[in-house]
Design a protein around this ligand. Sequence first.
Ligand SMILES: Cc1cc2nc3c(=O)[nH]c(=O)nc-3n(C[C@H](O)[C@H](O)[C@H](O)COP(=O)(O)O)c2cc1C
Length: 269
Amino acid sequence: MQNRWDESIAEAWQQRYSQDGSPDIDSDRFLNHRSVRKFSEEILSRELQGYLVAAAQSASTSSNLQSWSVISVSDRDKKQALAEAAGNQKQVATAPFLCLFLADLYRLQTFARQNGIDPDGLDTIEMFLVACIDASLAAERMVCAAEAQGLGICYIGGMRNQPERVQLLLNLPEMTFAVFGLCIGYPAEGAEGAIKPRLNQDQVWFENGYPATLDSTDYDQRAHEFFVQHRMPHDAPWSQKCGQRAMTAGLSGREELMNFLLKQGFVKR
Ligand SMILES: Cc1cc2nc3c(=O)[nH]c(=O)nc-3n(C[C@H](O)[C@H](O)[C@H](O)COP(=O)(O)O)c2cc1C
């Protein structure tokens, strides 16, 4: 399956930064990502699913601990319930291949105990971070492999809105946590999405130290133009929206996440 997004690296660069200047590098499509939220009904073969899991497992992993797992959900009712738990996100129910990426210290705990070891450091924030980083790296490698196969993806952080409900639906044991969902499928006709502008590199790439000032003006303008062009909500500048998203009211229930993590056995210190 060919990648359906055929922007050259120069075109993708232009759309990311609203200016020319792409490097003279053979296009590998790594700049072409966009989230896709509407999928065709075409299913992914079991072979392709296995390939995507292998790609995820090929990511680097802290100390080779492999402290993550993935649960793919094919049961329709479960998918619907997960879509509701994630804030009624339709793409969760309709994604041909729905994955939930777990931070998973349960397996490590199990194997440690089987070896007569008391893994008394598992409840530290360090080990929680290790598991979340592992899960994220694995997921993003699955994403890169999927997109190279012409598939579209959408991460679902909404899976953290109601963690207890997700835990019940997936029978998650202690020391596991669904960090996010990942919807994968072939983009529906007309729902291929567009390359979204990103901050200028001078706002994210600093040399030899952090800068004294930051400036959102240019990106606020470019993001605004993108949202107008694509008929997306554009009632406030991007920087203002980010601020609002960081308010407790913008956290969709996730402000209580610590209680769940503690209950699961994570981050006690
Ligand atoms: C960890 C994570 C969680 C996300 N959660 C959601 C989500 O719950 N629903 C959704 O529609 N998009 C979600 N997204 C997608 C982002 O909104 C999207 O990546 C961002 O707006 C940039 O757009 P692009 O991916 O098209 O470049 C999530 C992305 C990440 C990385």
